[in-house]
Write a protein that binds this ligand. Sequence first.
Ligand SMILES: CC(C)(COP(=O)(O)OP(=O)(O)OC[C@H]1O[C@@H](n2cnc3c(N)ncnc32)[C@H](O)[C@@H]1OP(=O)(O)O)[C@@H](O)C(=O)NCCC(=O)NCCS
Length: 419
Amino acid sequence: MEALKGIRILDMTHVQAGPTCTQLLAWLGADVIKLEPPQGDATRGQLRDVPHADSLYFTMLNCNKRSIVVNMKSAEGKAVFVDLLRRCDIVMENFGPGVLDRLGFTWEKIHSLNPRVVMGSIKGFGSSGPYADFKAYENVAQAMGGAMSTTGLPEGPPFVTGAQIGDTGTGLHLAIGLLAALRQRDRTGEGQYVEVAMMDGVMNLCRVKFRDHQRLFRGPLSEYSVETAQGMGAVPRAGNDSGGGQLGNAIHCKPHGPNDWLYVVVQEAVWEGLANRIGGDALAKDPRFAKIADRRKNQDEMWKLITEFAKNYTKREFMAILNPLDVPCGPIMSTEDLANDEHVRGRDMWVELDHPQRGKWFNVGMPIKLSASPAVIKRSPTLGEHTEEVLREVLRYDDNKIKSLQQAGAFSAPPKKAA
Ligand SMILES: CC(C)(COP(=O)(O)OP(=O)(O)OC[C@H]1O[C@@H](n2cnc3c(N)ncnc32)[C@H](O)[C@@H]1OP(=O)(O)O)[C@@H](O)C(=O)NCCC(=O)NCCS
């Protein structure tokens, strides 16, 4: 049985941050009803690779959901929303600031309509504070949560990371909050409002940089390969430094293409074996690298020696040399490497699906593995694919009621006025 079987979610989320969360909960077994405006989630049409088909942006974030179209700007659409709200355990949204209030559904109103419902909300900056009124996208959150100022090299511009820590990271944070609130609701009978701000989520993921921020009050950061000094204020960008107690770096390997790199951590315990392999007894006994403090001080020299050794090997060959020495290391995997990787396929992390509009495509799989409830991944719905099904099965509407709601525009955009 699926872990969240019996939990019904009214999902008004769009774009990436919210849909990440609801897809995950759907994979855990919740019945996720995605309520979309008549034109659908904007991502259905964004970055299309197949004409007239839902984009991969949409299909990769909305699996295992049912889609219904409801025009929340019509009185009849609002009535359908209220009926659904009364039959759901969780309602979720990630609209811009004030959107839900303008539609007439503040948290207080939602709570009064269904005191048991848990409400999940994502905002760029939360509902309080000077930034509360701002909209946000992924890179805005990365910029404002500390990720960009700490990614890259000191002399270069700040960089975003390819991992979607602002959107997907926030969705994951919200999932944790919702499950906790659901557990509490089951004990008390009362739902609550769960909010995650993207900026807060990114700050949480940058926690170790704030560790270093405070260490700078006391002295330089000895493990950083770039210059640091007591009192310098902001944590500098530090390239590919490990960020932990052990030294680490990406080492360029044969044939020296853009992804021919191996990330190597020179863990304290493995130095002797590693040094012996790359430079023999002389390097293992070299006083410049004798202790971790020496290696920190002379790390530029150490990385040069390791790179010199690695230049004759591919990243996989170099990895095969380091594995028996117990040196923690990993090849920089391109998307192509990962899509074809045996390990990835074996763990169901690159899953082939079929879609009525686009045919075969792949989704990244479910990273959380439950032993008794493995996720079964099903394709994303087309726009409004389940509108009638949900109206009949969940709301028990009959033909007459559905027809009159249709005629009143509950499920469609109003016709454009003649010019
Ligand atoms: C992502 C974001 C920037 C997009 O901005 P946007 O495209 O202007 O969309 P908004 O959420 O502000 O507004 C949605 C509009 O659609 C309308 N709408 C949404 N669902 C509807 C429905 N079912 N029926 C009718 N109208 C609907 C809303 O009422 C709103 O209209 P309004 O502006 O007239 O009030 C914004 O939603 C946002 O900041 N969200 C919070 C942060 C976030 O999650 N960002 C991550 C994105 S991955």
